[in-house]
Design a protein around this ligand. Structure first.
Ligand code: CP
Ligand code: NVA
Length: 309
């Protein structure tokens, strides 16, 4: 089993299936008012270079509900690369806490922290990947149908969220179609990695520039912001480029039964209309809820020697 949770591509379908199953149990327990104390006395450091609502609250609440504690670190306090090297930060944290969750711009920095640290490191989003989001999305999809049967259409930017969704689909043998404008396709290295994994799992991956081709007959339609954190200067240009990729009534008419997904935060009226976000087919708050449970299952998996099942 990997030490860290940096990308779903490091994990097998069977391992991710076990995490999913535990996440489902944790959700039921939580809703029944039960708080199993499986991480009693454990401490998680949380480091954020970018803003967050969901990731921050679900990791902090998650570890505390399991009996542990979270310590929030801000980049201006820690000064990775200015006040102190990534290696010294990782080696210090490894002496004090049981795990590190980090949201960084650079994926390479996250990998470096993980390589230097003896404690588990969890990816809370980088410019490249968002694996915790993908696990919550898997839990959301699995509550509706067998993931292996699901056809998922991602429409919009070939960004961190689409990368992790594509890799997760590859590992879990799902069918994924990704529609992006030219120049905004998923990164070639991620495409190659996903296709390599898919060749042994039976997953089907389709990349297209046509949102209708991606969406027709799909079970889930997923979108995300056109302007990710760190790209704010390009927002106006991106609004123009991505306008034909808006998830709206006209697009969903080719998959009228499809469920709608968004990792949030949403830019209502840009990548998706408010009418659809708030409509009966929307799963956005299920996804947000499942962040808590999927991450608690990841924390248990990484922070205790024999995780509960
Ligand atoms: N979906 C997600 O990661 O939300 P935050 O940026 O608020 O953590
Ligand atoms: N792609 C978005 C996801 C936010 C959760 C971003 O990186 O800003």
């Amino acid at each position: 089993m990997p030490k860290d949770f940096l990308t779903v591509a490091d994990w097998t379908a069977s391992e991710l299936g076990e995490i999913l199953s535990r996440a489902q149990t944790l959700r039921e327990l939580h809703r029944a008012g039960e708080r199993p104390q499986t991480l009693l006395g454990r401490t998680l450091a949380m480091y954020f270079e970018k803003p967050s609502l969901r990731t921050h609250v679900t990791f902090e609440a998650g570890i505390e509900q399991l009996g542990g504690h979270a310590v929030l670190l801000r980049p201006e306090q820690v000064g990775i690369g200015t006040r102190e090297s990534p290696r010294d930060v990782a080696l210090n944290l490894s002496r004090w806490v049981d795990g590190l969750m980090a949201r960084t711009f650079s994926h390479e920095l996250l990998e470096q922290l993980a390589q230097e640290a003896s404690i588990p490191v969890i990816n809370g989003l980088t410019d490249l990947l968002h694996p915790c989001q993908a696990m919550a999305d898997l839990q959301t999809i699995a509550a509706i149908m067998e993931p292996g049967e699901a056809v998922v259409a991602f429409v919009g930017d070939g960004n961190n969220v689409s990368h992790s969704l594509m890799l997760l689909s590859a590992v879990m043998g799902m069918k994924i179609r990704i529609a992006t404008p030219q120049g905004h396709q998923p990164a070639v290295e991620i495409q190659r990695q996903a296709e390599g994994i898919a060749s042994s799992t039976g997953a089907q991956i389709l990349l297209t520039e046509d949102p209708f081709e991606a969406v027709i007959g799909s079970n889930f339609i997923y979108t995300d912001t056109w302007t990710s954190m760190g790209q704010e200067d390009e927002a106006e240009l991106r609004r123009q480029i991505f306008a034909p990729y808006q998830v709206n009534q006209k697009l969903v008419e080719v998959a009228p039964e499809a469920w709608l997904m968004h990792c949030l935060p949403a830019h209502r009226g840009e990548e998706i209309t408010s009418e659809l976000l708030d409509g009966g087919q929307s799963l956005i708050y299920e996804q947000a809820e499942n962040r808590l449970h999927a991450q608690k299952a990841v924390l248990e998996r990484l922070l205790v020697a024999t995780p509960p099942t």
